[in-house]
Design a protein around this ligand. Structure first.
Ligand SMILES: C[S@@+](CC[C@H](N)C(=O)[O-])C[C@H]1O[C@@H](n2cnc3c(N)ncnc32)[C@H](O)[C@@H]1O
Length: 284
């Protein structure tokens, strides 16, 4: 059973509380100052719509699922992330449907001749948090996030969604999404997460450069130098694996790079990418 989200609480006043929201999961609205503080490119504020409830950052606070504040009005080249081969699979375990994971379903997985080591939905969870928490998202430069599961199911995550921070709640949202095909904010038409048709390439902007990531690529680059060399009007599509083992496919990528001499977690890889972009775009 999925727990309801975005129970509106009073806004946090202290600096530590704003940064560490895991301690109080029920408070989902961030202070405007927190959302805008780091960006040198000043976010453009919009006049609040009186008919809709708005937090101080201009993000809508919805009953169904919380939305993170960000400057979505920026009309500059942006960035798209694709998480490939995400281990997000639903199965009936006992009497209920569950999102399979290696900790809770090891016996079930072995009985069904699956290797528990491959069943790691936490990788996609951490990767999504790394993307959505990044300053470049808060500065409005994230255009879209697409996740493709190991089974080939493709879904879109809107950049302004606040993905649950705890794994248990994340797994509830993923279960709901994979069963009902979309998650819509209550009282709104907009789907915040929704299953979409393959191939993912049809959603990329025309002027985009698709960059795949793997530790095993022979082209080892320094990420900051790499993004600096890309023209400012090019939309960047970063394709990162969200699986424990194996390699992403290279069918649609223009370039295939390694960004460290060490194997990184997907979240660490994303952190390097977003930091390099923040430096390039002067987002602090
Ligand atoms: C948990 S890793 C997957 C492990 C897999 N054995 C591999 O090396 O690709 C998740 C993803 O992070 C990215 N990644 C990890 N280390 C990297 C590196 N040194 N350079 C570039 N990308 C890396 C890849 O996209 C990889 O699919």
């Amino acid at each position: 059973m999925v727990r309801p989200y975005a129970i509106k609480g009073k806004k946090r006043k202290t600096r530590e509380e704003k940064y560490d929201r895991e301690e109080d999961e029920e408070v989902e609205v961030e202070e405007k100052e927190s959302a805008n503080r780091g960006s040198i490119e000043k976010p453009k504020g919009e006049a609040p719509d009186e008919e809709e409830e708005e937090d101080e950052s201009g993000a809508h606070e919805l009953v169904g699922i919380p939305i993170a504040p960000s400057d979505q009005n920026t009309k500059k080249a942006g960035v798209i992330f694709v998480l490939e081969k995400a281990s997000l699979e639903v199965a009936k375990v006992g009497k209920s449907f569950q999102l399979l994971n290696s900790d809770d379903h090891a016996n079930f997985l072995r009985k069904n001749k699956k290797n528990p080591a491959y069943c790691r939905p936490d990788i996609a969870h951490q990767a999504l948090l790394a993307i959505l928490d990044s300053p470049i998202n808060k500065a409005g430069r994230l255009q879209a996030v697409y996740v493709k599961t190991e089974k080939g199911v493709l879904f879109e995550v809107k950049p302004h969604v606040r993905i649950p921070r705890t794994y248990k709640r994340f797994s509830g949202i993923m279960l709901q999404l994979l069963q009902q095909h979309k998650i819509t904010a209550v009282g709104k038409r907009e789907s915040l997460l929704r299953l979409i048709k393959n191939p993912v390439t049809q959603y990329f902007p025309v002027n985009s450069r698709k960059i795949g990531f793997s530790y095993s690529s022979e082209k080892l680059v320094k990420m900051s130098k790499y993004v600096d060399a890309v023209d400012d009007d090019v939309n960047l599509v970063f394709v990162v694996g969200a699986m424990a083992h194996g390699k992403i496919g290279t069918e649609y990528v223009d370039d295939f790079i390694a960004i460290s001499g060490y194997p990184l977690s997907a979240a660490m890889c994303i952190a390097r990418i977003t930091e390099a972009l923040a430096e390039k775009w002067n987002v602090l």
